[in-house]
Write a protein that binds this ligand. Structure first.
Ligand SMILES: Nc1ncnc2c1ncn2[C@@H]1O[C@H](COP(=O)(O)OP(=O)(O)OP(=O)(O)O)[C@@H](O)[C@H]1O
Ligand SMILES: [Zn+2]
Length: 893
């Protein structure tokens, strides 16, 4: 098997990488962390999916990417294969979104099916792949530290020796199964044999014979008893029929006798009934005679033409006619009485009404009269008042007789007087002022004169031009004083004149008011006079009207009395007519009585006729009965003669005997015997069943014995098979161990090339021991780090070689993959490693993939692949560089 192409997207540090892989040694190199191991992991993951991962699916998808795709192409056993996987992150989990394996036989889909298919194709699962072909980085001690059992399991598994163990186990299980069946069959066989022995000891045939002869005896007895029983039954039945016959006869006799009694009593009953009927008929005859007499009296009393229906009917018709006439008259009289009563009532009402109106009139007249009286008395007092006013007015007129003015001019006089007075007052005030001024001027002049100065101009004067002036002044004063006095007396006179005028004005105004009042009084007098007159007249008229009304009322009342009297008369007529009607009813009642008497009579006659018929019928019936009676009595006598009491007694006793016998045989003897028979039969059945069972057991024993023999030989075969598988595996393992030990020593010699150790031993239990030159043994763990790395590589290569030589034909091995094998190695040992790789190639390993940055290994490569990581994007790329020739290598140096 060889990888041919790997293509990855978003796988770990790779964004998008592709690489063709060829035969021979491919070395993948690059700096730490550039993505070398990831490239190998991608191949491994492509084959086995999540089983190839230490971590989870999420780890393979480039951080931040949504999905990763891996596609691996390889050739295997001459066929072309391709696996495509796509991992998608959905949510926070990664899932396999696509997984398809395409091969020459079609395609397989789904992660699980693809993994299984790859497992069976390569004959190894993910773990076996790691153990055999893929030496992962830093796993130097894995095989060394493993326990021998783990190693054994691992190598057995790789070499498919596990299958033999499986077969051996299956054979073992089969052996155990056979043993189980064999044991149970043997115990069944033993059980059956002991059952057979027990049955044989019972001597079943002798028992069967004894039981059968006993059964024959019992059967015979039963037959005898049954025959006896049948005879007894016949005897019992014969007696019974004799008894039944007699019983029937007696019954019939009793029937006849009771029929006779019955007839006799019926005859007697009917005879007494006939007697009763005769009495009743006679009584009815008497009743009819009585009725005839009563009817005759009534007819006579009522003066009826005849005592029959027609006479009664014609009389009833006459009565009806009479009644109709009376009723007509009555209804007329009632109407009239009613009319008259109503008239009387209406007249009374009218009289009442008229009287009431007369009373009203009288009341109104009284009221008028009163009003008139009141007006008359008021008229009187108004007249007195008027006289008073008149006299007051006269007094005032008298007071004007010596007045300067006429009545009516007082106001003008007062105005004149007041005008005069104010003129005088003015002149008086002026005069007084003039007087005052004159006096002042006199005083000044006198002063100046006394001071010798001109009293007029103030100039000093000697004596007198101006003495005259003083006297002038004194004259003026005197005249003024005189004028003033006159004015003052004038004023006084005028004052009194004004007062007088004022009194006149006052009197004049009083005279006016008296005149007004006088006018008013006159008006009132007129009013009152009119009232007195009209009211008195009205009262008179009303009284006259009242009188007239009262007269009319009296007339109406008289008429009412007349009509009421007439109504009473008519009512008397009504009563008479009603009495006539009652009399008619009484006549009718009498008619009905005669009618009912006639009915009663005819009923009685009918009844008497019916009773006579009945009596006749009874007589006929009794005649017939007597004949029957005679017949029955003859029959009874015949029956009495046939009854035989002695035969009945004998039949009774023989029936009793037969029944006692039957009772005993049927309820005791026969059931006992039958029980015995049933018991015997079931015993016989049991013995027969036992015999059958014995035959059956014998048959089964033969079958079982055969089966046990077969199982025993099968058990032997399976045991042989089991041990064969065990032996085969041990043998094969031993052979493998020997080969592996040889290859391990060869490889270790090749890579180590040191004389320190003589050899490595791999014992049958896969224990590993290293021997030093001096023969001392060392555990592999005791080796140095580098030695252990070499030892591990040797062991891995040995296993790979063993497998390659062992099974390569069946399933070509995958490429040998070494991840960083040089880690612990010094330069010398790196060249040894190169030798090992060449050796492996020479031994036919087609494809070897090595991750390394060691120059020497790089130099040994057929193909060189360079892995680089972009420091800024952190994305890895892969590229194939030319295979380094020696010159290239030297040139690089
Ligand atoms: N899921 C991932 N997404 C992105 N980068 C990843 C992821 N997983 C691993 N890496 C990166 O891949 C690199 C590891 O690659 P790898 O182990 O293949 O390197 P290497 O070349 O084998 O290194 P060394 O020489 O040290 O063995 C690391 O730098 C790591 O950061
Ligand atoms: Zn003078």
């Amino acid at each position: 098997m060889r990888f041919t192409h790997i293509s990855i997207q978003n796988f770990k540090p790779y964004e998008d990488a592709e690489l063709d892989l060829r035969d021979g040694v491919t070395v993948i190199h690059g700096v730490n962390g550039s993505g070398k191991s990831s490239l190998l992991e991608a191949c491994f993951f492509a084959l086995y999916g999540s089983k190839a991962l230490a971590g989870t699916l999420d780890d393979v998808v480039t951080a931040g990417a949504d999905d990763a795709e891996i596609s691996l192409e390889f050739v295997h056993d001459g066929g072309q294969y391709r696996i495509d996987r796509r991992i998608r992150i959905s949510g926070d989990r990664a899932t396999t979104a696509k997984c398809v394996l395409e091969g020459p036989d079609g395609s397989v889909e789904g992660a699980r099916d693809v993994r299984r298919h790859v497992g069976s194709l390569l004959r190894m699962d993910a773990e076996a792949f790691v153990n055999c072909a893929y030496v992962q980085q830093g796993e130097v001690n894995k095989l060394i530290n493993a326990t021998p059992t783990q190693r054994q399991d691992m190598i057995d598994d790789l070499l498919q020796l596990g299958k033999l163990e499986q077969y051996r186990e299956r054979a073992g299980n089969a052996r155990l199964g056979v043993e189980d069946v064999l044991t149970s069959k043997r115990s069944v066989l033993e059980d059956i044999e002991s059952q057979i022995t027990a049955k044989e000891d019972e001597d079943l045939h002798a028992r069967l014979n004894a039981l059968e002869s006993e059964l024959a005896d019992v059967d015979e007895k039963i037959e005898n008893y049954e025959a006896q029983r049948d005879k007894a039954k016949q005897a019992r039945d014969a007696a019974q029929s004799t008894l039944d016959e007699h019983a029937e006869k007696r019954e019939r006799l009793a029937e006849v006798e009771s029929a006779i009694d019955d007839l006799k009593s019926k005859v007697a009953a009917d005879e007494s009934e006939r007697d009763k009927l005769t009495t009743r008929i006679r009584e009815l005859g008497d009743d009819i005679d009585d009725l005839d007499r009563t009817i005759e009296d009534a007819v006579e009393e009522m003066d009826l033409a005849d005592a029959n229906v027609d006479a009664i009917a014609s009389r009833r018709e006459a009565l009806d006619d009479r009644e109709a006439a009376i009723r007509d008259e009555l209804s007329e009289a009632r109407t009239r009485a009613q009319g008259l009563s109503a008239q009387a009532e209406r007249l009374e009402e009218r009289a009442d009404e008229l009287e009431a109106r007369a009373a009203e009139k009288r009341e109104a007249a009284d009221a008028d009269e009163q009003t008139a009286e009141k007006a008359a008395s008021e008229l009187e007092s108004v007249r007195e008042t008027r006289a008073d006013i008149e006299s007051s007015l006269e007094t005032i007129e008298v007071s004007f007789a010596d007045a300067p003015v006429e009545l009516g001019d007082a106001a003008a006089l007062l105005d004149e007087r007041r005008g005069d007075r104010s003129a005088v007052r003015e002149r008086l005030a002026e005069t007084e002022t003039e007087l005052k001024n004159a006096r002042e001027r006199l005083a000044e002049a006198e002063e100046l004169r006394d001071a010798g100065k001109c009293p007029e101009c103030g100039q000093p004067v000697d004596g007198s031009p101006h003495v005259d002036a003083i006297s002038e002044h004194e004259d003026a004063i005197a005249s003024l004083e005189a004028e003033r006095d006159t004015l003052e007396s004038d004023l006084e006179a005028l004052e009194s004149a004004v007062e007088k005028a004022e009194a006149l004005v006052d009197a004049e105004s009083r005279a006016d008011s008296h005149a007004d009042r006088l006018e008013l009084a006159d008006e009132r007098i007129a009013d009152h006079e009119e009232t007195v007159e009209t009211r008195r007249e009205a009262a008179e008229t009303k009284r006259n009207e009242a009188e007239a009304l009262e007269t009319e009322a009296a007339e109406k009342r008289e008429a009412a009395t007349t009509q009421a009297e007439r109504a009473a008369e008519v009512r008397e007529t009504v009563e008479t007519l009603e009495a006539d009607l009652d009399a008619l009813d009484a006549r009718r009642e009498q008619l009905r009585r005669v009618e009912s008497l006639l009915d009663e009579r005819s009923d009685a006659v009918d009844a008497r006729e019916r009773l006579r018929e009945k009596r006749e019928t009874l007589a006929d019936v009794n005649r017939e009965r007597r004949e029957h009676l005679k017949e029955r009595q003859n029959r009874r006598d015949e029956l009495r003669e046939t009854v035989d009491e002695a035969a009945v007694e004998q039949a009774k006793s023989s029936k009793e005997k037969a029944e006692t016998y039957l009772q005993r045989v049927e309820s005791e003897v026969l059931p006992d015997l039958r029980e015995q028979r049933d018991d015997l039969q079931s015993q016989i059945g049991g013995v027969n069943a036992d015999l059958e069972r014995l035959d059956e057991l014998r048959e089964r024993r033969a079958g079982l014995a055969e089966r046990v023999d077969a199982l025993e030989s099968l058990h032997d075969e399976v045991s042989t098979l089991e041990s064969t598988y065990g032996d085969l595996r041990a043998e094969l393992r031993q052979r493998n161990v020997e080969v592996l030990e040889r290859m391990l020593n060869e490889t270790f010699d090749l890579v180590y090339g040191n004389d320190a150790y003589s050899r490595i031993r791999l014992d049958g239990e896969y224990g590993l021991t290293v021997f030093q030159k001096d023969g001392t043994a060392l555990e592999p763990e005791q080796l140095s780090g580098g030695e252990r790395a070499l030892f591990n590589l040797s062991l891995r290569c040995a296993i790979y070689r063993l497998l390659a030589e062992g099974i390569d034909g069946a399933a070509p091995l995958p490429p040998l993959i070494l991840d960083e094998p040089t880690v612990f190695l010094d330069t010398g040992h790196v060249s040894r490693l190169v030798d090992l790789v060449e050796d492996m190639q020479n031994r036919g390993v087609k494809q070897i993939l090595i991750v390394s940055h060691d120059d020497e290994l790089v130099g040994a490569a057929d193909d060189l692949v360079r892995v680089e990581k972009n420091p800024t994007t952190n994305r890895s790329t892969v590229e194939r560089t030319d295979a380094p020739t020696l010159e290239n290598a030297l040139a690089d140096d």
